[in-house]
Design a protein around this ligand. Sequence first.
Ligand code: NOJ
Length: 602
Amino acid sequence: MLSAIETIKARARCAAAVLLIFAALVAEGQSVPTKTGPVTADRQSEQNWWRNAVIYEIYPRSFQDTNGDGIGDLNGITERLDYLQELGVDAIWLTPVYPSPQVDFGYDISDYRAIDPQYGTMADFDRLVNEAAKRHIRVIMDMVMNHTSDQHKWFLESRSSRDNPYRDWYVWRDGKGETAASPGAPPNNWQSYFGHSAWQWDPKTRQYYYHKFYIQQPDLNWHNPKVHEAFKGIMAFWLERGVGGFRFDAITTLFEDPQLRDEGVVKDKNGNPIINAYGDPQLDDSRTNNQPGVHEVIEEMRAEAEKFDSNRFPGTRVLIGETYLPNVDELAKMYGTQEKPEFQLPMDTQVGMINKLDVTEFRSKLIDAETKIDSNIPLLLFDNHDNPRIDMRYGDGVHNKDIERVIATVLFASRGAALFYYGDEIGMVTTPPKRKQDVKDPIGITGWPQEKGRDGERTPMQWNAQPSAGFTTGKPWLPIPPSAATINVADEQNNPDSLLNWYRSLIRLKKTVPAFAHGANIMLDTENTKVLSWLRQSPGMPQIVVSANFTAEPQTVNLESSGSGLKAEHLKTLLKSPGGADPAALGHIELAPFGVYIGEIQ
Ligand code: NOJ
């Protein structure tokens, strides 16, 4: 499993106080003075909805099937909107639903302005957006700008001849040492994140094209202004249909080194090249990731989204970035500046991909999120469709449910926006294929058995304990995990101690308690290596303490004596793990193994 994580990491290299007071006022429902006069809290909360947004990622293929073809569809999502509203989500991010040959299950797009018939029609999409809006849920679309499908009309044109007007929309280069009889070698040593050379020879026009992902996903040439204009048009098309924003896929890989210099080979401590799951030497990504030009494109797209103003769809459109980056300084740059804003919410993979329950590391990364991104809003996440689920990355196999409570607590009880993946709320477990012949995700075939692909985290949503888990009446495109018999929405809904109800309670606190909604995160008891404790603080609001035990042993914490200066006459419990005790005082909080306590200081 670690190898899968390593591979994913490799792919991935594929006025604070004023604001807080403002946010607290808004959360309280007061009006806030602005340059143009008072603005009502309602209007402001429309504009600021994303600042403590709860965003739910849906993998449409696996969420809910309504036509019995074994593949989830848009009508299925619409059917489940009441569930999502009850859970408390503000927005759903749909992984791509555009027409696609589905080599990369939608991330290979052949038409950016339509819906793939296997997911439904444009009318279904419009109905989903409208029904979601009735429930105060926004729909966020995936925006894949790094590459298209090789079946997209732009690429079909591009590859048809060297002088086609679309030739320069993609990255074409000559091979090295080409002769009439042979294509020669690829232009350099660059590799696809999905294995082997990133250059594909195209015999018709006798050049190589570049693809950072699958061969069927040729990279667009972002030096070509026409590509910029095309995507601005695509964004406007979806904004006009009422979407709440976009999640920008693979945004850091838009540009490559124009001089085509080789990338470095990563070596182990003995100086030997590290070989990845595909049998290739691991490269350092230094010439194909996070290159100059990326920030200007994000800035341009943000400006485009800001231009959109519609009375039909009031509120702010949010731009989310898929930003796997080496450190928080690079993450901070993804927000842009006040004059040139970029993403409102670049994903903070620094916190979410720690991949071990290490209190010190969590604390340090959460402090970074609080102090090193200026006054911006962190977007925390722990899971998505590209990584083994939380059970595999944080679980110990014995206390997984409790550990998932701990992770959810960090996610929702920290300042900022929270993004989670369908099924996390019930504790769905990673279920990778057992045999190579069952693998659907092509990297699982190229990388077998070290890299089993991403099927394991994309299995159908477990709605109930029926054999089809309530997902489909047909044959599901991926098998229903055996765990559906015990891990499913229907059972958890009726169990007050379930993970589902833990998620609901945390989200309710995030939405209703001012300090919990927008308050600063201040770490407490900072030498403790077993328990992570922090304070949520908003001027004039009751303070809240959170303690989460990261160990399998009971722990007791004293938050009075830890130099915090905090004193509490009384602690009012807001939430605690099942069976946990109400502490008599802030100086003595007892936590069960992987137990959590959240209380208001009174
Ligand atoms: C990141 C997406 O999350 C992943 O699923 C996809 O394969 C690559 N980008 C390529 O689009």
